[in-house]
Design a binder for this molecule. Sequence first.
Ligand SMILES: [Zn+2]
Length: 96
Amino acid sequence: MEEAKKSYKCKYCGEAFEKPLMLAWHVRSKHKSVKKREKKAAEKVTPAEQLNKTIEAIGILKGLQVSPNLSEGEKKLLGDVSKTIEELLTSVRKGK
Ligand SMILES: [Zn+2]
């Protein structure tokens, strides 16, 4: 039976490997950027949370945009920023 065989699971994607060396190679080649980013980020944010935060941010930006205290230039800038974020969000969703 092969089931009892020990395997080394990748903590990033869950792929299992027979040898630690293979796992290390896999992580190095596939998750190099992830590893670096994880060191910087103290807290872990799931993609779903990230998405919610982004949607929240758009809402805030749009709320700010209609504020009477803003100049036309500032309103335009906020409009551009929220549009950019919305476009990013759309492309992320399509990529899934
Ligand atoms: Zn992996």
